[in-house]
Design a protein around this ligand. Sequence first.
Ligand SMILES: [Zn+2]
Length: 72
Amino acid sequence: MSENQKNDTPGFTCPNCKSFIPLDIETLLMDGDITCPKCRTTFKLDNPPSRDILEKLKSVDKALKKNKGKIQ
Ligand SMILES: [Zn+2]
């Protein structure tokens, strides 16, 4: 029940209900659909809301993979 994840969570605002929709890397990488958890509107990633979000996710993913390699 921690709220401090919000700052680091990439995502965008639902154009339908204005809720924050977190994006996860796997969804983005798989070009899947995103469903708003609040209003159930489904978005296609053909038209991503922000390039910055994609770039941020990619760099986070890279960093995660880098760390994984170090640990193992
Ligand atoms: Zn919504």
